[in-house]
Design a protein around this ligand. Sequence first.
Ligand code: ATP
Ligand code: ATP
Ligand code: MG
Ligand code: MG
Ligand code: MG
Ligand code: MG
Length: 260
Amino acid sequence: AKDIGKIEPDYVKSFQFESRLLPLTWVVVRIDGCHFHRFSEVHEFEKPNDEQALKLMNSCAVAVLEEFQDIAFAYGVSDEYSFVLKNKSELYKRQSSKIISAIVSFFTSTYVMRWGDFFPHKKLKYSPSFDGRAVCYPTSDILLDYLAWRQVDCHINNQYNTCFWMLVKSGKSKTQAQDYLKGTQTREKNELLSQQFGIEYNSLAVIFRMGSSVFRLKTQEGVTEENGEVLGKQVDAEVVVDYSNIIDRCFWQQHPHILS
Ligand code: ATP
Ligand code: ATP
Ligand code: MG
Ligand code: MG
Ligand code: MG
Ligand code: MG
């Protein structure tokens, strides 16, 4: 038998490759629910949008920002969330597998822990899972283009899904609804909603149309007391959720600390 005591640790470790994320780039870790089409059916999510399910996702994202100080911003829609790590972050020495697995497992366990807070009358029937990937963006401009792409996707999917489910709820089969919508443009979908169903797209809940953004309110660097004394007290910045248009660069101008 082989003498276990003689195995050189360095030799065994030499097979491990650590892939480090490119230094000084913005890292986006995007997680996505595995087979949530099925998960949402089994758990009878409201269609097209179950608000409680979205709020559970948001609550988990807030927990992630509270746990990982290096995450500056997160954007979520449907069963996905994108977490933005600051460009100067040295979390896990930027080893991608450690970063991704730590975020995705923390998010998933929080999702299970908090399920009952959002669905007090629904039993969680099986263990949900999420996958994760990391992508580096070299400049904040490209990062904002990435986030804009996710928000455009949110809009396109929400508009399609709203039409699709209105057609299905009005008696069409899923295949009929799909065929009906094939090749329709944004304007035609809005007209369908307003003429056939009396729905003005822009009056739908903002959380459905915009997706959710999670970030910290600006840190107070020093509070000046009445006697002029400056207290250097470091208050933990509150993590908030909002439903802003993040494609519009105004949002980023109004919250310059997020990317600084
Ligand atoms: P994959 O494992 O490849 O990600 P998936 O079934 O999760 O497959 P997605 O493209 O991620 O596919 O889509 C997620 C699906 O989950 C949506 O199509 C929708 O059916 C469902 N879903 C997620 N969140 C909600 C929600 N809040 N309300 C209603 N349905 C939802
Ligand atoms: P890191 O986040 O770097 O992994 P860690 O605290 O998890 O930090 P590990 O080297 O992974 O450190 O060690 C796990 C520790 O968890 C052990 O040192 C031990 O204290 C504790 N632990 C894990 N499993 C058990 C167990 N079954 N019984 C008692 N203690 C345990
Ligand atoms: Mg996926
Ligand atoms: Mg999914
Ligand atoms: Mg998805
Ligand atoms: Mg450990």
